[in-house]
Design a protein around this ligand. Structure first.
Ligand SMILES: Nc1ccn([C@@H]2O[C@H](COP(=O)(O)OP(=O)(O)OP(=O)(O)O)[C@@H](O)[C@H]2O)c(=O)n1
Length: 405
């Protein structure tokens, strides 16, 4: 057993020793049954938040009003939540009113999906009042109880259902799917950050399944803030992302390309989704290269220039994009091409030159803006002919240029 799980059981044991009920619950139980990697262990308990705080030396009041205390033990952190029911979600993030309840079963009843509504006791007993294990084996995503009620409590659950269907390659049960179509409008109340997090997870999993389900239930409009009228662009987006390696910037751009989205619209979508700035930059860099179609006939110097200007990652993504759109079976060919060119790249930035500004000063070039000008010209010379990238050869070049100017 992994250490993180062994320590989780120690936390459960301490709660029990103090006279409370405690269980592992939710995603960790689901993933344990599926034999998937587990990163987060959540614990549900009859102890009230202040009782949890009194019991453990290192706690953080993560969401005390909602019954959650984070317990730190041996370098790991666990969310320990008091048995509760959910009221309506206020801003989509926290329930406006939470009622602590007495039994584990009531707590499980407020959870989103049957596969997420199981608890595991220290004695190995699986508490599964809603048939979560059965649904796991049947590969079925099903809301606990009345799906409409679950989605009213928290509309994000609709995207979670689709995300789990995509990640696990499960089917969404009919009534649950129907409820998603009917209640999709509620996603308007959900914060962009929460929608973003789900969309990123979908995009990195079987994105084609996710896009297909989002299309079917008409929930896409809430991610891309535009009406989803025709099916063809979305079918293209699904097909392309299915063939693409799981790289977020690449998959984003494939969706934009499939929808034939222009730059202002792309920008609006990125802003709307509140993506991290590094990811936004990666997407914009790749988007800007849409019209540069990689060709197996590019001369070596074109590769060198493009690597130098746009960086390795963006060029690699652009080649993947070409392969996925036009010839998915050629992906290994492009991988090989790019890897080979990368090996041969003489310089990526000015400081890769075999000579510095100081070297130039030492050889009598005046300090000031002219230095930068010479360095940039040298970089261009090296990108044309990498054999120049040697100190004496570079100095010679500058001297020749000076003599001719
Ligand atoms: N909108 C939500 C979010 C969570 N949960 C419950 O809280 C548990 C923990 O939620 P979270 O950690 O967000 O997700 P996981 O199910 O653990 O899955 P993942 O980590 O893949 O998101 C879920 O299993 C589910 O029982 C819920 O009922 N409704």
């Amino acid at each position: 057993m992994e250490r993180i799980e062994a320590v989780a059981w120690k936390v459960v044991e301490s709660l029990e020793a103090a006279g409370f009920e405690a269980y592992l619950v939710g995603g960790c139980v689901r993933d344990k049954l599926l034999e998937r990697n587990i990163y987060d262990y959540d614990i549900t308990t009859s102890a009230l938040p202040e009782e949890v705080q009194a019991l453990f030396p290192h706690t953080v009041p993560t969401g005390i009003k909602h019954g959650t205390v984070s317990v730190r033990e041996e370098g790991f952190q666990y969310e320990v939540t008091t048995f509760r029911t959910d009221g309506e979600y206020e801003d989509g993030r926290h329930p406006a009113e939470v009622k602590f309840v007495r039994s584990l079963e009531e707590d499980l009843a407020r959870r989103d999906l049957t596969i997420n509504a199981m608890a595991l006791g220290r004695d190995g007993t699986l508490h599964d009042p809603f048939g979560g294990q059965f649904d796991l084996f049947a590969k079925r995503i099903k809301a606990v109880g009345d799906p409409v009620k679950r989605f009213e409590e928290d509309a994000l659950r609709m995207l979670r259902a689709i995300r789990f269907a995509a990640q696990l390659q499960f089917e969404i049960e009919e009534e649950t799917l129907q409820a998603i179509s009917e209640e999709a409008f509620r996603l308007q109340q959900i914060s962009r950050e929460r929608i973003r997090d789900e969309w990123l997870k979908m995009l990195l999993s079987h994105a084609d399944t996710a896009i297909q389900l989002l299309w079917e239930t008409d929930t896409l409009r809430h991610i891309f803030s535009r009406p989803t009228v025709e099916p063809e662009p979305w079918e293209r987006a699904a097909a392309w992302t299915a063939d693409a390696p799981p790289d977020i910037a690449l998959r984003f751009c494939l969706v934009f390309a499939a929808l034939e989205i222009d730059e202002p619209r792309m920008d609006k979508t990125l802003q709307g989704l509140k993506l991290p700035s590094q990811l936004k930059k990666e997407i914009r860099d790749l988007f800007a290269l849409q019209k540069t179609e990689p060709s197996p006939d590019w001369p070596d110097s074109t590769w060198r220039q493009l690597f130098y200007i746009h960086g390795y990652e963006t060029i690699w993504r652009r080649c993947m994009m070409r392969a996925v759109i036009h010839e998915p079976d050629k992906l290994p060919f492009w991988r090989e091409q790019v890897a080979q060119r990368r090996e041969q790249q003489p310089i990526w930035v000015l400081s890769d030159l075999a000579l510095t500004g100081e070297d130039l000063i030492e050889h009598g070039i005046a300090e000031g803006p002219a230095l930068g000008h010479w360095l940039k010209r040298l970089a261009q010379a090296v990108l044309q002919d990498p054999s120049h990238n040697e100190k004496t050869a570079l100095l010679q070049l500058v001297q020749d240029w000076q003599a001719n100017s």
